[in-house]
Design a protein around this ligand. Structure first.
Ligand code: ADP
Ligand code: GLC
Length: 488
């Protein structure tokens, strides 16, 4: 192909502008990898008021137009602001009424209109800019209406030439509301609410924005091969397992990577003592002492420091972790938790910090820099998830020579090979059934190796740091899928 392939990403968050979890990392890293493979990539995002001023100030005005929306009988303002970084173009959609909140998401009452507007505006902007992509790559339920709108509201416009991919980062959230409300905010025709489209619920009385997107998209991907299989089962399918089995011919799993420049312990500006696989043991020891000082933990390089960096939600297996903390807290072990989320977990971690002063640090906040320092200082990182589409914290951890302890589900299973004492191979410690006793057992196996077989532990640290967790291989798979779609 002589012309560069054009790919438009549409999603609700993107590092460094706005991020609440791994979706933000992927929306940052994958477009950059694709640009290196000679694609033209534009990333379409809401211009939330909460995007830091330093980025807002550098955005360049590209124009604006009025857009009708659903049955509102109103014209909505659509402004377009452009920002470029390292060859990726970001187009921010401006509408103060829709995106004025202090957070990207609030509740469904506000989020349904916001993302119906966003989905339609994203397509309208591409037409307006006269930049017609070969593939529109949509992410999660917030962009679910895009494939549906493309084949209906936009079918006689230039953008309808594009093919669509919808990536499932997390099936738990689907954007479900009654049909009248969704029709009001989208204007989508009646047949899109049938059971083979957005129709949802016992009697098809609701509309499901994610389900609609999955029906109309040309390809569905999710962020690991294991999760691609899991979501076709009742246990992980979040009520859409039948729908996904029906569409399995166009579904595939492509595991996430991480941006190895942004996550690089040899250059990371947030990390006090830089290192690579050659000097990791010594530098990590110093980073540990620094972190212990910063967080008010007893400064002792001999401690086994376990980190947990996570949204504090049910998904992440925190009930298991919570239940065994008293059994973990011996004189040789320290725990550092970084996260925000459900009140019950925030409170229980705070209580443990009071109960175990100098040994348990509860950082109930969102802090990117601190996250980097924990990856660099901890010995092990815990990810005991109930379900995990991919998971990025275990990848960050391995890159920083921190041994992951994970439940074998979704992407955790695909990225962390369990340690095999017979062959001295593997990347971390794992357990299978969702059970607190098995989590405790996995942590104890890690601890035992740390204290009794340090040579083998250090070898695992080096193995993890040398493991390829970059985007390269996965970006190639996306690129090939785009080619297939364009060719076919
Ligand atoms: P999810 O998307 O389900 O939240 P992932 O493991 O894919 O889980 O991605 C989480 C990302 O968010 C990682 O980059 C992790 O470092 C980051 N993160 C999570 N919680 C915090 C926090 N409290 N402070 C800083 N970074 C965080
Ligand atoms: C979701 C998932 C997480 C995944 C991330 C990026 O938030 O919970 O497992 O890594 O998306 O794809």
């Amino acid at each position: 192909m002589s012309e560069r392939k054009k790919i438009a990403f549409i999603g609700s968050e993107c590092h460094p502008f706005v991020k609440t979890g791994g979706l933000g990392d992927v929306m940052y890293a994958l477009p950059r990898s694709l640009v290196n493979m000679d694609c033209d990539v534009r990333v379409i995002l809401p211009r939330y008021a909460c995007i830091p001023q330093k980025y807002q100030q550098q955005m360049v005005w590209s124009g604006s137009f009025p857009m009708d929306l659903g049955e509102t009988r109103r014209n909505f303002h659509v402004g377009v602001l452009e920002y470029e970084q390292d060859g990726v173009i970001y187009d921010f959609i401006d509408n103060a009424e829709m995106f004025s909140g202090s957070k990207p998401y609030t509740d469904l009452v506000a989020d349904i209109p916001k993302f119906c507007y966003f989905s339609k505006a994203a397509l309208a902007v591409l037409n307006y800019l006269d930049w017609i992509p070969d593939v529109i790559h949509c992410h999660d339920w917030q962009a679910g209406p895009v494939p549906v709108m493309l084949r209906t509201l936009f079918h006689n416009t230039p953008i309808s030439r594009a093919k669509t991919v919808l990536t499932i980062h997390n099936l738990r959230f689907q954007g479900i509301y009654n049909i009248d409300t969704i029709r009001y905010w989208t204007g989508l025709p009646w047949w899109t609410y049938r059971y083979d489209g957005m129709g949802y619920g016992q009697r098809g009385e609701d509309a499901n924005m994610f389900k609609g997107g999955l029906s109309y998209a040309d390809r569905i991907t999710t962020v690991s091969q294991t999760y691609a299989k899991e979501i076709q089962t009742w246990e992980y399918g979040e009520t859409l397992d039948g729908h996904l089995r029906y569409h399995r011919g166009k579904l595939r799993g492509i595991v996430n990577g991480i941006d190895v420049d942004m996550w690089n312990p040899a250059t990371d500006p947030a990390v006090p003592h830089h290192y690579d696989a050659g000097n990791a043991v010594e530098a990590k020891r110093q980073n540990k002492l620094d972190l212990q000082g910063e967080l008010g933990l007893r400064q002792d390089e001999g401690q086994f420091v376990i980190g947990l960096i996570s949204r504090l939600t049910d998904q992440k297996g925190l009930d298991l972790f919570n239940a065994i903390i008293p059994q973990l807290m011996d004189e040789g072990t320290q725990i550092v938790v970084l996260g925000t989320g459900e009140h019950q977990y925030e409170e229980s971690f705070r209580a443990y910090a009071r109960q175990y002063p100098g040994r348990f640090a509860a950082c109930i906040l969102y802090d990117e820099q601190l996250a980097h320092r924990i990856y660099a200082a901890a010995d092990a990182l815990l990810v005991p998830s109930r379900f995990e589409p991919c998971g990025l914290t275990q990848l960050n951890a391995m890159r920083y020579g921190t041994v992951p302890i994970v439940r074998e589900t979704g992407g955790l299973k695909d990225t962390v090979a369990p340690y095999n004492p017979e062959t001295n191979e593997g990347n971390g410690f794992t357990f299978v059934q969702y059970d607190a006793g098995l989590l405790l057992d996995a942590i104890n196996r890690a601890k035992q190796m740390y204290f009794e077989e340090r040579g083998r532990w250090d070898e695992m640290v080096a193995r993890d740091m040398n493991k390829d967790v970059s985007w390269e291989n996965s970006a190639k798979q996306y690129n090939e899928m785009y080619d297939e779609l364009i060719g076919g």
